[in-house]
Design a protein around this ligand. Structure first.
Ligand SMILES: [Zn+2]
Length: 483
């Protein structure tokens, strides 16, 4: 048998959560064509994986890479972590379908400036991704806030019946063009006035489409349980699986409540499909939000158009220099991006370890001094939380990054090492893999990622990118599988 590549002698973690087995894996025509001990194949390239782990390429379940996959198709922050697929369109904001009326509403600014929004329909976006040929695969949610903004003159109120009709037409077009579901960002001012009924009227379209409902909930602080109940109600109404985005207990007064939060998640799981994504850091990041300014929380600025020189500085430092309160400094900096050290490490660890939790970076690629999660999330889970802190076994960590998200988001034929599956693969050194991006120096590639293949094409090695760009747009194909 001939093939393009065979990887021999690696410890193979197949993404299912099963223990590793030392087997050979053969690739041809973008697919896995053989798996077994000592495969007798003639390969154009033989790779010795002895001492290394071979896993399915990682799926970043929570990204804001919508326009990055087009503007910076090499996607180095992600491919260098072993990520071969990103799910874009989270938190209610997506690059499509978007027909801007005036300025870019918060937090759609996380996807870049106005000129990045060039996709009036979802089909336009799909075409643009295919034309850009990014290095990694892309699956996309349609964002509620993006769609609201197409139909409403102001976003600080609920949508009217007529506006809702237009919004539903936009969402239907997106689903027909391959969107994998709907996302909301109800905590943000530009979606917060939406009623549960408004969200349900949109989510109802998921019923026939088998898409997922991913939600940055209405709040992650004191009333988080109410917000979870709302998310579950929307999912139940739409008969759609719910993914709670970046699940956390945010804010000092809310620390220590992760057990309570996970109990609520467990209770919902008795009757419906509910999951979460989580990044492995005790700090969040988004646009600079006056509501989150709290003198007890360290806040650093990730970017600011009006005062670029303050980037990387803490709000406390800026306030001191200006002789004003932190709240006043934050007001003057608008609009800006920020990192909030507002999560308890113990809560984050408990949520990350939960069996319903997948890994999602929530990296913000347009910040000039980004949260290190953009470059570090996956190696940090493997190196710090798995190897060093033994929070869960390696097979489990890989499952949270591969087989589990592929099943939950309906990415058919990916996320597992199986014959016939797409050859998205990462070869890494389990004894050395670690994030090197820090809050001080956030733009640094991880260590220990040896080789990454996307659709069978070698795209990244420890020496850097190969220049290959073999990613595909992954249109919704089938029904998500639910445990
Ligand atoms: Zn979010």
């Amino acid at each position: 048998m001939n093939c393009e590549t065979v990887i021999r002698n690696a410890r193979v973690l197949d993404g299912s959560g099963a223990d590793a087995a030392v087997v050979d894996v053969a690739l041809a025509d973008g697919r896995i064509t053989g798996i077994g001990p000592t495969l007798t194949v003639r390969a154009a390239e033989e790779v010795d994986g002895a001492g290394l782990v071979l896993a399915p390429g990682f799926i970043d379940t929570h990204t804001h890479d919508d326009t990055s996959v087009i503007e910076t198709p090499q996607m180095l922050p992600k491919i260098s972590q072993g990520v071969t697929t990103v799910i874009v369109g989270n938190c209610g904001i997506s690059a499509a379908p978007v027909r801007l009326r005036g300025s870019v509403p918060d937090p759609m600014t996380l996807l870049g400036p106005a000129e990045n929004f060039r996709y009036p329909t979802f089909a336009h976006y799909v075409n643009a991704v295919r034309t850009a040929q990014p290095a990694i695969n892309v699956a996309a949610l349609a964002g509620h806030t993006a769609i609201r903004n197409n139909h409403m003159d102001r976003l600080d109120r609920a949508a009217t019946e007529e506006e809702l009709r237009g919004m539903r037409a936009d969402l239907q077009e997106a689903l027909d063009a391959g969107a994998i579901g709907l996302s909301t960002g109800l905590a943000y001012a530009n979606a917060n006035a939406a009623t549960t009924e408004e969200v349900e009227a949109l989510a109802a379209l998921l019923r026939g489409s088998e898409g997922v409902y991913a939600t940055h909930m209405r709040t992650e602080t004191e009333r988080i349980l109410d917000a979870m109940a709302e998310a579950f109600a929307v999912g139940a109404f739409a008969h759609a699986p719910v993914v709670i985005s970046h699940l956390k207990c945010a804010g000092v007064d809310n620390w220590g409540r992760s057990e309570e939060v996970l109990q609520a998640l467990e209770a919902a799981r008795a009757t419906q499909a509910v999951y979460a994504d989580c990044y492995p850091y005790a700090a969040g990041s988004s646009t600079l939000d006056l509501k989150q300014v709290d003198e007890r929380v360290e806040i650093t600025i990730t970017g600011c158009a009006a005062y670029p020189h303050v980037t990387g500085k803490s709000l406390q430092q800026i306030a001191q220099e200006w002789g004003v309160s932190q709240l006043e400094a934050a007001r003057r900096l608008q609009p800006a991006g920020a990192i909030y050290h507002s999560i308890a490490e113990s809560d984050m660890r408990r949520i990350l370890a939960h069996p319903a939790t997948m890994v999602g970076s929530d990296g913000l690629p347009h910040d000039s001094h980004p949260h290190p999660r953009l470059w570090g999330t996956f190696p940090r889970v493997l190196g710090r939380y798995c190897r060093q802190e033994k929070l869960f076994p390696l097979a489990q960590a890989v499952h949270k990054m591969t087989g589990m998200p592929a099943a939950r988001f309906g990415l058919t034929g990916r996320g597992l090492i199986r014959t016939g599956y797409a050859a998205d693969l990462v070869l890494f050194d389990a004894d050395a893999v670690i994030d090197t991006a820090t809050f001080a120096e956030p733009v640094r590639a991880a260590a220990g990622i040896e080789r990454v293949w996307v659709n069978g094409i070698l795209t990244y090695t420890a020496a850097g990118t190969t220049g290959a760009r073999a990613g595909q747009f992954l249109a919704r194909t089938g029904r998500p599988a639910h445990a």
